[in-house]
Ligand binder design. Structure first.
Ligand code: HEC
Ligand code: HEC
Ligand code: HEC
Ligand code: HEC
Ligand code: HEC
Ligand code: HEC
Ligand code: HEC
Length: 271
């Protein structure tokens, strides 16, 4: 098996280009030459998990015993860029996350010969370098610390990567967060409509430079939805002049809207 360089996985806006490249990569050996001449894409060497003495056997070999998962995998975004009929198949299919499967197959499914990234996310991070960097930011979900895992929020095999593995088929994004953060996601008498847009309107799911995983550390977090209207001598947000209030600190920490997720006692989001 020849060594292969994986692309550095960049932010979402680059994914389409990346996908095109991935198609090239799996489409033909010539794709490799093309890739190496593409100076705009940052590359890095990342390999699938290593398993002593094992070789790649391809998805078809897994189907015998893991029929449902193998069938499901075609509908997953990871599965869509996998092509079974090419030489690099082992590196884009099941074994890109689970490592080469020959010994696992030969030993009728012995667990010691296969990697489970549900316990160790190294396989995911080898491709998703940008995500890896996010989990090193000062405020983060403790994934690298081993206290939780990618699959608490992502389904690696199914059609919807944004639902937790083994979760309800209809689970929405907020519900993925709610399994651990019930307090913020529960119903309130005075709900904050912002939560209908999803927790990620205000929080980075992986990590952030701002405390509490916030997307912004100051009033701008709220002002992206609540426009300030400048008037002579006043800054109106809603029907209230906020000119002096905005100087007191962030909307939630200055004592004004302390119940940002919703309140049972006050319509203006106060405890
Ligand atoms: C001969 C049947 C067989 C084949 C073929 C097979 N497996 Fe398995 N696999 C099993 C069995 C049985 C288990 C459960 C082992 C246990 O629970 O002790 C298992 C467990 C696993 C696990 C979970 C391991 C863990 O530690 O939780 C993974 C991942 C896995 N297989 C991946 C694969 C992949 C990828 C392939 C194809 C390369 C594959 N299997 C091919 C029988 C098979
Ligand atoms: C994108 C990475 C990735 C790919 C590709 C992938 N898996 Fe998995 N697989 C995982 C993760 C992560 C887990 C752990 C899931 C959990 O803990 O809920 C897992 C768990 C498993 C298990 C253990 C049983 C279970 O449901 O937890 C089996 C068996 C398995 N995978 C087989 C496969 C087969 C067969 C394929 C190819 C058709 C495949 N996987 C492709 C990441 C992947
Ligand atoms: C072999 C490289 C590779 C590995 C290993 C890998 N991924 Fe991916 N992943 C990709 C590529 C390429 C895409 C883009 C596919 C697409 O968007 O259709 C992607 C897409 C994703 C997305 C969706 C991105 C979006 O914007 O929709 C998530 C979430 C994701 N991967 C999580 C994981 C997790 C969790 C694991 C480990 C269990 C993992 N990946 C392992 C290559 C990989
Ligand atoms: C706390 C839940 C959570 C955990 C844990 C988590 N993710 Fe995510 N991830 C998300 C959410 C939510 C999004 C969608 C972000 C958006 O659309 O704004 C996302 C998006 C992504 C994307 C798409 C690119 C991006 O950043 O928007 C990739 C790739 C990804 N996650 C990979 C991973 C990998 C790999 C792991 C484990 C190392 C992981 N995630 C752990 C919740 C999580
Ligand atoms: C599997 C459980 C789990 C899931 C799912 C989960 N989290 Fe967390 N969350 C944690 C843990 C553990 C911490 C770290 C708490 C600590 O360090 O004391 C945390 C911390 C946080 C914090 C920072 C809290 C603070 O006081 O600094 C925020 C905000 C947060 N999560 C939001 C989210 C959002 C948004 C989602 C959905 C995208 C989500 N979480 C999904 C377990 C989870
Ligand atoms: C409108 C923006 C916004 C939305 C949407 C939002 N949060 Fe928050 N969240 C905040 C702010 C601001 C803080 C900091 C509150 C503080 O310091 O008192 C926070 C704090 C947290 C904390 C830390 C503990 C706490 O309550 O102070 C957790 C956990 C949390 N949010 C989870 C979630 C979850 C889960 C969702 C989705 C159900 C969500 N958030 C949606 C703005 C938001
Ligand atoms: C994703 C958009 C969004 C974000 C971000 C957001 N909000 Fe809201 N907020 C709304 C919507 C929609 C309403 C209901 C309509 C309205 O009253 O403007 C609302 C209502 C409110 C209300 C009640 C207003 C009233 O007169 O009854 C307060 C107070 C509030 N938000 C404070 C905040 C604070 C503080 C933040 C920042 C932590 C914030 N919002 C961030 C969308 C958002």
């Amino acid at each position: 098996m020849r060594p292969i360089s994986w692309l550095r996985l960049p932010a979402r806006r680059h994914l389409n280009r990346l996908l095109a490249l991935a198609a090239l990569l799996t489409g033909a050996g010539a794709g490799l030459a093309l890739l190496s001449s593409c100076a705009t894409v940052d590359r890095t060497a990342a390999a699938p998990p290593y398993i002593e003495g094992a070789t790649f056997v391809g998805n078809a070999a897994c189907a015998d015993c893991h029929t449902n998962l193998t069938r499901l995998f075609d509908s997953s975004p990871h599965g869509r860029y996998h092509r079974a009929d090419v030489r690099l198949a082992g590196l884009t299919g099941c074994e890109s996350c689970h490592g080469p499967g020959s010994k696992h197959v030969a030993a009728a499914g012995a667990r010691e010969f296969i990697v489970n990234p549900g316990r160790d996310p190294a396989a995911c991070l080898a491709c998703h370098l940008a995500t890896h960097a996010e989990f090193r930011l000062p405020h983060r979900h403790p994934v690298l610390e081993g206290r939780m895992n990618c699959v608490d929020c992502h389904d690696p095999h199914g059609p919807d990567l944004m639902k937790p593995a083994g979760g309800l088929a209809l689970a929405r994004l907020n519900e993925a967060c709610a399994t651990c953060h019930r307090e913020q996601a529960r119903p309130f008498v005075f709900e904050h409509e912002a939560l209908r847009e999803g927790c990620t309107e205000c929080h980075q799911p992986h990590g952030s430079i701002a405390p509490q995983l916030l997307t912004q550390r100051d009033a701008n977090l709220c002002l992206k939805c609540h426009a300030q209207v400048q008037q002579p001598g006043a800054v109106m947000i809603g029907k209230t002049d906020h000119a002096s209030l905005l100087r007191l600190g962030a909307c939630w920490s200055a004592g004004c809207h302390t119940a940002v997720h919703g309140s049972n006692i006050h319509p203006k989001m106060l405890y």
